[in-house]
Design a protein around this ligand. Sequence first.
Ligand SMILES: [Zn+2]
Length: 342
Amino acid sequence: MLPFEPSRKPTIEDNWRGIILFGQNTQSYKFALAQSLLELNPEDGDLLRLEDLAPVYAKHLTEHLKNADKQGVAGSSKFLDACRSYNSDTSTYSDLVNATVQMGFKNVIDAFHRVNRKDVPYRFFEDERKTLGGIRITENFSKLEESPQFQDLSNEAEARWRLVETAWELRISRALVAVEHDPEMELLFTFDGKRRRKNVTSTRDALNGYQKGYCFYCFEEIHLDKQVETFPDVDHFFPHTLKQYGLGPTIDGVWNLVLACKDCNRGIGGKFGAVPTERLLARLYTRNEFLIGSNHPLKETLMRQSGGNHTERQSFLQDFYNKAWAILIHQWEPPEKREAQF
Ligand SMILES: [Zn+2]
């Protein structure tokens, strides 16, 4: 028997999330293409010609350019200039669409499926630009659409996009970018070079990429739609109440935030002011290490908050745990509602 047995293989959804959340980012075109596909909602076998894609693709990019003028690490881009000139009313909508068809898809269609320098095993479209002027939607994309988490994928892509462009826009070393959580608004925010606050994205949307639509503690399904009962809480792993005992303000750090179903956070048998078990602490450590190791835009923030290397972060969590347990006395762990998802 092998010492490690993976509990599950990467699913189609994992492949999609790998592309959106954990690939290296040099341009935001990947996010724009993802958002366009999610919005157009094509079926298995559909051919999306560049002319069909261009209006919605350009819409997402022009909207984002209004919020953050930097949409990549490269210097100048003729295509982005065309988007900017549309935004400033110096060109027409049809100029924009034409420019998008001509220049907008050059690298993104080739690079879309690439994660860690290789294409993911499940492709969501095939490139048929040479023969038919577009991309052909695969069965994998249709399967993604059938997933109960489909609605959340667009929020996640948007959250990731906002995090990445914020890091670029600040134009300072990414090591200086600290993203903080506003508990009241449940938003991630940062400060620009002039110390002005800049809201980045919803905390829930940013955290869900790792949790893939499951409660951090019990693996119950969660959904990012406010209207539904399964809308998760942004939960402090080490409870908020520890602030009274001198363990804040680091308590609000992203390192300590997870998404939890309402039952776990505040239902009968919920966590409330207890400290999660060491087993759950290990899960938190794994989550933070994963985000740090995968070039996530929150990487620097997590390192600033909890330590520069594995050893430091391990002892940071261990020390915190010892202090918290001594104050809170009670440990807590819920029964799992399904097999481990992360
Ligand atoms: Zn739960």
